[in-house]
Design a protein around this ligand. Structure first.
Ligand SMILES: [Zn+2]
Length: 337
């Protein structure tokens, strides 16, 4: 690819809005934490674990992802995982990040909610002090579990309300439509939390519609299936509902056979507020800049698209209006060089 464009993608200021912090656990860190905590892993080595990362669909990934997360026990483990990600994000010129975390993956193993949230939150604070990178936490409910379990998780989160900016919905999409969590999301909305949901990754466009209608999601994670429903595309454009698109994830989980088939450019040309993100970077072959570079290599995207994607990443963020305006000015200053 053109060296100038590559340089722009690497250096431009950007926000990351779709990153599962547990999905940033690199095999080396999984093994280091397993040693520190005396956890036995079903893989003999870092290479054996990495070679198991040949996924056929979302579920085949989730099985390994939950095994990897089993090494996280102490607050320090959550801190180290988060700081390792934030360091990479800073290298990629991410200036603002909204991190997903899955408390149920940990509380179901006996890890206290406080351990999880305090470790992640402390790393986010340190990144702000070190690099001026702002960050916020979005707590996700695992959609393959019950509504009752989601409500119990929300109860456990209430003492930490000030550490959360919003809630999301993730894990196995098929067979778990958003409406299953309508009442949980209504309660979250009442608490003043921002609302996002994974929809239209492997699932049908109807899941995007119910995420909007029944959950009142302000942003849709993935959402690439919207192109199957022209009326839905029109609605997303009219409402300016952002999509957090993750190209390498879609490739690795076989949502698109080849990146050349990805609809990122089509989404942008339709007028959708699409953004580029890494999802689970340790598992899907790359962090945010790797996603930008791979997408721009596969599709006829230009410098102007790069500028729009950088702008979209901040417009779609849950930032205070003055902070959003400041970040958008940084993008304009970068592109006017
Ligand atoms: Zn995701």
């Amino acid at each position: 690819m053109d060296a100038t464009l590559r340089n722009i993608l690497e250096k431009m200021p950007k926000a990351e809005l779709h990153i599962h912090i547990e999905g940033s656990l690199e095999p080396e860190l999984i093994f280091a934490l397993a040693r520190r905590n005396g956890v036995a892993l079903p893989y003999a080595s870092v290479d054996a674990l990495r070679s198991a990362y040949a996924f056929t669909d979302l579920q085949s990934f989730l099985d390994i992802y939950y095994a990897g997360a089993s090494v996280l026990l102490a607050e320090e483990d959550f801190y180290d995982m988060t700081m390792a990600y934030l360091q990479r994000a800073n290298n990629d010129n991410v200036r603002h990040v909204e991190l997903f975390f899955d408390p149920q993956t940990h509380t179901s193993r006996g890890v206290a909610f406080a351990t999880v949230v305090n470790g992640i939150h402390r790393a986010v604070q340190d990144a702000r002090e070190k690099w001026g990178m702002t960050g916020a936490l979005i707590m996700c409910f695992l959609r393959h579990l019950s509504e009752e379990e989601a409500f119990a998780t929300l109860e456990a989160a209430l003492p930490y309300r000030d550490k959360l900016i919003g809630v999301g919905l993730d894990s196995s999409e098929r067979g778990h439509p958003p409406e299953k969590f309508a009442r949980v999301f209504a309660r979250c909305k009442g608490l003043g939390l921002h609302l996002v949901a994974h929809a239209g990754e492997e699932g049908p466009p109807a899941y995007i519609t119910t995420a909007l209608d029944d959950l009142h999601a302000e942003r849709i994670d993935h959402g690439v299936a919207c192109m199957q429903d022209p009326a839905l595309v029109q609605r997303l454009v009219r409402q300016q509902t952002p999509l957090t698109v993750c190209p390498l994830s879609n490739l690795k989980l076989c949502v698109f056979k080849r990146l050349q088939d990805h609809n990122l450019l089509a989404l942008l040309e339709a007028g959708i507020v699409a953004t580029v993100n890494s999802d689970d970077p340790a598992y899907f072959g790359g962090y945010i800049n790797d996603n930008f570079i791979a997408a721009f290599e596969a599709l006829p995207l230009t410098r102007e698209h790069a500028r729009r994607l950088a702008r979209n990443s901040f417009s779609a963020a849950f930032l205070a209006p003055e902070d959003k305006a400041r970040r958008l000015r940084e993008v304009e200053a970068f592109f006017s060089q």
